[in-house]
Design a protein around this ligand. Structure first.
Ligand code: ADP
Length: 485
């Protein structure tokens, strides 16, 4: 990896605790999903290291908490600047470990950095309140204070942004944090830590525990069981979210969970079909379909169904699949072979139950993990693909006849993260946006996430919101003070 970087010192293979790089007896391997090449051998920590990281975060807490919001903002701004200056190197590291095309990786660096910038600004604006008293001899106030030591457990699909979306509000609020990045993408996280040191973020404020899949489970238990840890923020599968929620019950931790999605994408008969196709491509095929807000089910009105399918299939021919390091590639590999197998299983199940393959439908020959952008028509609710998240580049299309049916089909899911629809009718836009049982609704757009908007889901898609002016509250406790005069 070093040979690809302008600043090779951003490539780190050791974990990061209390401002020190930490090795381990045995390491675990990180592979490039495009080539299967071994690209790094990273410290494989365990529960005892997790205890050390918690202790470091606890030790660093008083001094960090006692800085003013403005002082923390200045340090964070420096971190933002360094991340931004290192965009090219961070994107390269990300593409090599995660697979997404280089331009898309650079986009994620900007997106990830935007949380650091935003919450650095918000650090100065934390404010309590003074309610009017109803007792003449007493006065009341509400203080907002940092919750304390926090934990972030993050996934591989956004190796930088899922970390900064948690760490930035935590730091801005005055909290310290222990991060357990995904075992498939630890290198982006470690590069961020190197930049945090350079920005002057004090020792122990940020700690990174790298570990393989098995050790991650053990570390997770330690982090959840610790009474010192007051908040756990997790992004990943609903299955693991449930486990962590259970593990946090004994110590009654505050939880933020960003879990699975199963986003519907509805095209009404009054939609601008060309715009809907552009939105569908952006929403479905970004990151090879591996985001929790990717459209996973397309409901298209019967009147415009054939037209939409034809234009969608045409647009897909412009997607260039390949190694993300090659110029012009717009779709990289899937993260691992198990991900490809899931896409294959969903496609095979749909076809066996009567779906029509419009385009794609098989792996490419570029490597083990590449899958063609795929469209299936004639899909119905009995098929696996309409019931669970595919997390791959497969677009199933289901026709519908009226608004009530479309909304009912869209809401028929235990998940409630993102949803999308296309219509030009203002009445319909209000009614459908209100009726969709989702935390986020994109109307006439397939891209909705940024640092200003509250990101999060309802039902089994999770708890809490990240980013936005609301994202900071997650890391603040309210304290009510009553003063007798
Ligand atoms: P994905 O479906 O995105 O691979 P996972 O939910 O499996 O997501 O993993 C997301 C993160 O959760 C990763 O950092 C992974 O190491 C971690 N993880 C997975 N299982 C556990 C567990 N039982 N305890 C703690 N962390 C876990």
């Amino acid at each position: 990896i070093r040979s690809f970087l302008k600043d090779p010192s951003l490539f780190k293979e050791q974990a990061f605790i209390n401002g020190q790089w930490v090795g381990s007896k045995e390491n675990f391997n990180v592979q490039n999903p495009a080539t299967d090449e071994l690209i790094a051998s990273v410290s494989n920590l365990g529960p005892q290291d997790a205890e050390l990281a918690i202790a470091a975060a606890e030790k660093a807490l008083p001094a960090w908490r006692n800085k003013t919001g403005k002082e923390r903002a200045h340090i964070m701004r420096k971190w933002f600047d360094l991340i931004t200056e290192s965009t090219q190197d961070l994107a390269t590291i990300m593409t090599l470990e995660q697979g997404k095309p280089l331009a898309e990786a650079a986009g994620e660096v900007a997106y990830g950095a935007s949380f650091v910038e935003w919450f650095a600004e918000e650090a100065k604006r934390v404010a309590g309140s003074i309610p009017a008293t109803t007792w003449g001899d007493k006065r009341m106030m509400v203080l907002k204070q940092p919750i304390g030591v926090c934990v972030a457990i993050t996934p591989w699909n956004f190796p930088i942004a899922m970390i900064t979306r948690k760490v930035a509000p935590a730091l801005a609020a005055g909290c310290t944090i222990v991060i357990k990045p995904a075992e498939l993408t630890p290198l982006s996280a470690l590069a961020l830590a190197e930049l945090a040191i350079r920005a002057g973020i004090p020792d122990g404020v940020i700690n990174i525990l790298t570990a393989d899949a098995n050790q991650s489970i053990l570390i997770g238990k330690t982090l959840c069981a610790s009474p010192t840890v007051r908040h756990l923020s997790f992004t990943g599968s609903t299955e693991v979210g449930r486990i962590l929620m259970g593990q946090c019950a004994p110590t009654v931790k505050k939880l933020a969970l960003e879990l699975g999605g199963h986003a519907p994408f509805i095209v009404f008969d009054d939609a601008d079909i060309d715009a809907a196709v552009i939105g569908a491509i952006a929403s479905k095929f970004r990151n090879s379909g591996q985001t929790c807000v990717c459209a996973n089910r397309f409901y298209v009105h019967k009147k415009v169904h054939d037209q939409f399918v034809e234009k969608f299939a045409q647009a897909i021919t412009k997607i260039k699949v390949g190694n993300g390091m090659e110029p012009g590639v717009t779709q990289g590999p899937l993260i691992e072979t198990a991900a490809l197998e899931k896409a294959e299983k969903h496609v095979a199940d749909a076809i066996s139950k009567g779906a029509k393959l419009v385009t794609g439908g098989k792996p490419t020959t570029q490597g083990k993990n590449f899958y063609e952008p795929t469209i299936l028509a004639n899909v119905n609710s009995d098929m696996l693909i309409t019931q669970e998240e595919t997390f791959g580049p497969v677009a199933p299309i289901i026709p519908f006849e009226n608004d009530e049916e479309a909304v009912a089909l869209a809401n028929n899911s235990p998940f409630g993260l993102a949803s999308y629809f296309y219509s030009r009718d203002i009445g319909r836009i209000w009614k459908v946006a209100e009726a969709l049982d989702y935390g986020m609704v994109g109307v006439n757009t397939g891209l909705i996430t940024n640092e200003v908007a509250p990101f999060g889901g309802v039902k089994q898609s999770g708890l809490g919101r990240e980013g936005s002016a609301y994202g900071m509250d997650e890391y603040l406790e309210m304290k009510y003070v009553c003063v007798g005069l």
